[in-house]
Design a protein around this ligand. Structure first.
Ligand code: ADP
Ligand code: MG
Length: 542
């Protein structure tokens, strides 16, 4: 019994029907132009998902993991990472946003949308009969023109003028599309301060290892603060110990405050009261000796990797020695490096020169909750800073941390390279116009691909307009006309005012590097996708 699509119905020995699919392998494996089409549509599906997240009026997404954890985010790289895409070509787009995130930190949504738009253009060109490689060449040529034009028209601004106004504004622009937009001014100021604290302005270098972003659920985003030092999520081992230690001399111990324990093989027999008393006294001696060693070295704060016996805790408190216990190995190392302490494995080895120094160590509490943290400020060896993010719940704190990361990256990028282009789709449209101008002089058939590239660049302003409730085509045309009439102005989609406006006046800056990187990465990945004409997936044939 045969059906139309090459399916066969057969019956086994018990008369149960089953279907035999003929040429299944061929159907699972697409080749040539079909493969390119299938790949492009998979990649477009992913990039379309991100489209609504672009810009200040962009929407957030909820992503549910396999264990039911949810993440709410607006950040392109995070959405892509958590989306768990299976399609091999769509995965390339995930990596695309990741590379933008690693290199630049911001612009992760934009780059995916750009790649999606380029792929759509490519599809039209494939349908016209253009060879995929000719399309790639045309796109690359156009990308070069776009990058050169952006470099030529970019403006070098003094980022430190007016009390770092430009840096703050750039950070605000980055944050305005996020959940935290209500507190954008405060978070932007924190980001700028944090980066400037650790930046080496002369070398135009910022070491991100010195900026830690810690989160603690509770309180509100308003309580987020910058701490010039290290924060550890611990408290003093005894509630009555001093909460503030000025001019701290810190002993970092990796040995517990406990008497040596008999190993399992040994047997200790106590047969009378005298023996017990002796043992007790001997134990006391150990504790007294430990505390003495600590005291004699000049320590006024103990940080210990292990726990304390109650007796030791009592004695530490009685001797005015504030102490923190169960501090993890990584944090121990961090504190040791920052304060210049040596990690001490035995009490007998404690000495004054092995202590770490900090101007102030204090325990901070959070409003009505029991939560406490230890803050070590003014560390001897480092200028490390910590941004302590607060927020109503874990999801908000996590998202705020991601937003701050973007803002920190933006500020760093401006310090590294202070050339700016303007946002709101302005930079893309300028590049698009330039390509259209050059294209008429192009004799080869690459001109079709270049036109396609120019069209694709319009997609950013289309998406921004769409997300702000404007008619995309109308807005983009309007923008292009205004740009032609007044080439010195930098018109873009004004998402908040709803219409178009001079981005220079609105101060919607984006770093030149970020835009250039977006264009180049998107072009590269599109080239990669277009060059694939066959997909082998071993699991489908086994
Ligand atoms: P990405 O992850 O790509 O950074 P965003 O959601 O941060 O995505 O959106 C960035 C886009 O929004 C950029 O094209 C930028 O120019 C634009 N944009 C940001 N702020 C404004 C604004 N106030 N007015 C118009 N466009 C803006
Ligand atoms: Mg952004």
């Amino acid at each position: 019994m045969a059906s139309a699509q090459g399916q066969f119905m057969a019956f086994d020995e018990f008369g149960r029907p089953f279907i035999i699919m003929r040429e299944q392998e061929k159907r699972a494996r697409v080749k040539g132009l079909e493969a390119q089409r299938a790949n492009i549509s998979a990649a477009r599906a992913v990039s379309n998902l991100l489209r609504t997240s672009l810009g200040p009026k962009g929407m957030d997404k909820i992503l549910v993991s396999q264990d039911g954890d949810i993440t709410i985010t607006n950040d392109g790289a995070t959405i892509m990472e958590k989306m768990d895409v299976k399609h091999q070509v769509a995965k390339l787009l995930v990596e695309l946003s990741q590379s933008q995130d690693n290199e630049i930190g911001d612009g992760t949504t934009g780059v995916v949308i750009l790649a999606g738009a380029l792929l759509e253009s490519a599809l039209n060109l494939l349908d016209k009969g253009l060879h995929p490689l000719r399309i790639c060449d045309g796109f690359e040529h156009a990308c070069d023109i776009a990058v050169k034009h952006l470099e030529a028209t970019s403006e070098e601004l003094d980022v430190f003028a007016n009390d770092n106004a430009l840096l703050k504004k750039a950070a605000v622009t980055c944050l305005c599309s996020k959940v935290v937009s209500n507190h954008q001014e405060k978070l932007a100021a924190i980001a700028v301060e944090a980066v400037l604290d650790v930046a080496d302005i002369k070398r135009k270098d910022v070491n991100f290892e010195h900026i830690k972003v810690e989160g603690k659920p509770g309180g509100s985003l308003e309580d987020t603060c910058l701490i010039r030092g290290i924060v550890i999520d611990k408290d003093m081992s005894h509630p009555q110990m001093a909460k503030v230690v000025n001019d701290a001399k810190i002993a970092i111990l990796t040995c517990p405050f406990e008497p040596p324990k008999p190993k399992t093989k040994h047997k200790l027999e106590i047969s009378n009261a005298e023996d017990y008393r002796k043992l007790y006294e001997q134990e006391q001696q150990y504790f007294v000796k430990m505390i003495e060693d600590v005291k004699n070295s000049g320590t006024n704060l103990v940080i210990c990797q292990w726990g304390f016996d109650d007796e030791a805790n009592y004695l530490l408190h009685a001797n005015n020695l504030p102490a923190v216990r169960w501090v993890g190995g990584v944090e121990i190392e961090l504190i040791a490096m920052a304060t210049g302490a040596r990690i001490v494995p035995r009490f007998s080895e404690l000495s004054n020169d092995k202590l770490g120094r900090a101007t102030c160590v204090r325990e901070i509490g959070f409003g009505t909750t029991d939560d406490k943290m230890i803050v070590i400020e003014g560390c001897a060896n480092t200028s490390a800073v910590t941004v302590l993010v607060r927020g109503g719940n874990k999801m908000i704190v996590d998202e705020a941390r991601r937003c701050l990361h973007d803002a920190l990256c933006v500020v760093r990028n401006f310090i590294k390279d202070s050339r700016v282009v303007y946002g709101g789709g302005c930079a893309e449209l300028m590049a698009s116009n330039e390509i259209t101008k050059v294209v008429d002089l192009e004799p080869s058939i690459e001109q079709y691909a270049m036109r396609g590239f120019a069209d694709a660049l319009e997609d950013i302003s289309n998406a921004l307009a769409e997300n702000s409730g404007l008619n995309p085509i109308e807005t983009t045309t309007w923008l292009k006309n205004e740009m032609k009439n007044d080439p010195n102005k930098r018109f873009g989609v004004d998402c908040n005012g709803v219409g178009i406006y001079d981005m220079k006046e609105l101060k919607v800056y984006e770093s030149l590097q970020s835009k250039v990187q977006q264009l180049q990465l998107a072009t590269q990945v599109v080239r990669m996708i277009l060059k694939i004409d066959d997909v082998f997936a071993p699991s489908e044939y086994s």
